[in-house]
Design a protein around this ligand. Structure first.
Ligand SMILES: [Zn+2]
Length: 285
């Protein structure tokens, strides 16, 4: 979601494995390249733990240049992993200021051509961490990434923080790629309906399990099963009851079970839908 280390180090422990899911699902958005609170990720171990609880595949997102390069190395190493590369909206203003944005676009375009990079993302708009002075360049970058996804025939993963209206408007103006995913969906019921009508996918993260997230659960409850995805956004957004700890792909079952309860569907039914949707968006792997 972001690149800043946050939170205290007092809870810098990755929680234990929850009960396994009955049908394997995909962690649709994770950052195994990001070290949080001085805990670098052992990628092979993270994937093994995930597999042990029914998370058999992950989509690794590298959203700055070092992360994107690392993502391509990782997908060449681990068969369970697909990649996504982009310049995060909070990275873009700094790159523009230092005059390196054009070169960064060129490198992202090269990395995105890798056959197992199936995602351009995360791109989008962040009005929370970037002030009004950064908006123009975020808009330009979002439009560039939308165009890249369409040219390369890849899925698009969108980061939208406090920018719902402009995200929806720009997607409409540019024409959304065939597979468009709102990562860590944070809109309300009405936005969920609009996204579903337009055929976008909504990816829910641990935030949907938070006690006060009533609006988000309302949004989930109106999202059709065939538009749903699930993600960790690890190492951030750790689901209840581990909120504040370091997140990892093996914690997805907590989010999936909470989603099933909100939707009023059986856990295997939801797992099956999540798995099928992931393959529809990213293709088989
Ligand atoms: Zn993210």
């Amino acid at each position: 979601m972001t690149h800043s280390n946050s939170g205290s180090s007092s809870r810098a422990v990755v929680p234990d494995l929850p009960d396994a899911l009955p049908i394997a699902v995909v962690d649709n958005h994770t950052h195994l390249d990001i070290e949080r609170e001085g805990h670098p990720v052992d990628v092979a171990d993270a994937l093994a733990k995930a597999r042990a609880v029914g998370v058999d595949r992950v989509v690794q997102i590298g959203c700055d240049l070092p992360g994107a390069r690392q993502t391509v190395e990782m997908i060449d190493t681990y068969a369970a992993m697909l990649g996504g590369v982009a310049l995060h909206p909070n990275e873009v203003p700094g790159l523009a200021e230092s005059g390196s944005l054009v070169a960064a676009y060129a490198e992202i375009e090269t990395l995105a051509a890798h056959p197992r990079v199936r995602v351009v993302g995360e791109t989008g708009l962040d009005y929370y961490r970037t002030g009004p002075e950064g908006r123009d360049v975020q808009h330009e970058s979002f439009r560039w990434h939308i165009d890249l996804a369409k040219r390369l025939g890849k899925a698009l993963q969108i980061h939208d923080r406090d920018a719902h209206d402009d995200v929806l408007r720009i997607l409409e103006e540019e024409g959304a790629p065939n597979s468009t995913v709102l990562h860590c969906f944070s809109g309300d019921l009405q936005m969920a309906q609009t996204c579903a009508e337009r055929g976008y996918y909504l990816s829910f993260a641990g935030t949907v399990t938070f006690k006060n997230a009533h609006g988000l659960r309302d949004a989930l409850s109106v999202t059709p099963l065939d538009r749903l995805l699930v993600e960790t956004d690890a190492p951030y957004l750790t689901p209840h009851p581990h909120r504040g700890a370091i997140n990892a792909p093996h914690l997805i079952p907590l989010t999936v079970r909470a989603m099933a309860a909100t939707l009023g569907v059986a856990v295997p039914t939801l797992c099956q839908a999540l798995s099928e949707n992931s393959e529809r968006v990213y293709g088989p792997w």
